[in-house]
Design a protein around this ligand. Structure first.
Ligand SMILES: [Zn+2]
Length: 191
């Protein structure tokens, strides 16, 4: 049963004041992780969250730029999986250069060897794409910290921090690769 008064708990017990995100009722809980005021609100609330999440996923699948305008970058959680939905403007440039995602494979297997200049353009775009993604994650973490009360769950924060490290590594690799390419010539197949 929901407890709507502090008095329903023993005087010395530690309790937490919350507002139920489903019914907007203020309540008291003895568990720090309590979100909803009651089991009923939890069921309806979780259902609403899932529906909302699907709406956002669908919107991002249809038109990422439009979806981000409406929802902002969104972290979605499905079971153990966390994913960041956001709009990356470099995506379109990448698609123009590599429309069906076969650029790398066909070049490396020498099915369609690309000129050095295009290989450099390809890696430069990937670099920009990763940098944009990295900045987006950093902004989310910084904004969350600036507000004092975190809206991110521990899982989401850990995900963003790990993902930042991973992307940082990728950016470093691309940097080295690009330096090598800039010192290269057309006499062989470069990658
Ligand atoms: Zn409620």
């Amino acid at each position: 049963m929901p407890k709507y008064s502090r008095d329903e708990f023993p005087v010395n017990s530690i309790v937490y004041e919350r507002t139920c995100p489903f019914c907007n009722q203020a309540f008291w809980a003895n568990k720090p992780r309590a979100i909803y005021c009651s089991a009923k609100c939890r069921v309806y609330g979780n259902k609403k969250t899932r529906e909302l999440q699907q709406t956002v996923i669908d919107a991002y699948a249809k038109d990422p730029a439009e979806a981000e305008l409406r929802y902002g970058p969104v972290l979605i959680e499905k079971g153990n999986l966390v994913q960041l939905l956001y709009y990356n403007p470099i995506e379109e440039e990448l698609r123009a250069l590599d429309p069906d995602g076969t650029f790398a494979l066909e070049h490396i297997t020498m099915k369609q060897v690309q000129p050095l200049e295009k290989v450099i353009a390809y890696h430069t775009l990937h670099m920009k794409h990763n940098r944009f993604y990295y900045k987006c994650m950093r902004r989310i973490l910084e904004e969350d910290q600036a507000q004092g009360t975190t809206k991110l769950t521990a899982k989401q924060r850990i995900y963003l921090e790990k993902e930042q490290k991973r992307i940082d590594g990728k950016i470093m690799e691309l940097h080295v690769q690009l330096q090598r390419l800039h010192n290269s010539d057309e006499s062989k197949v470069n990658w």
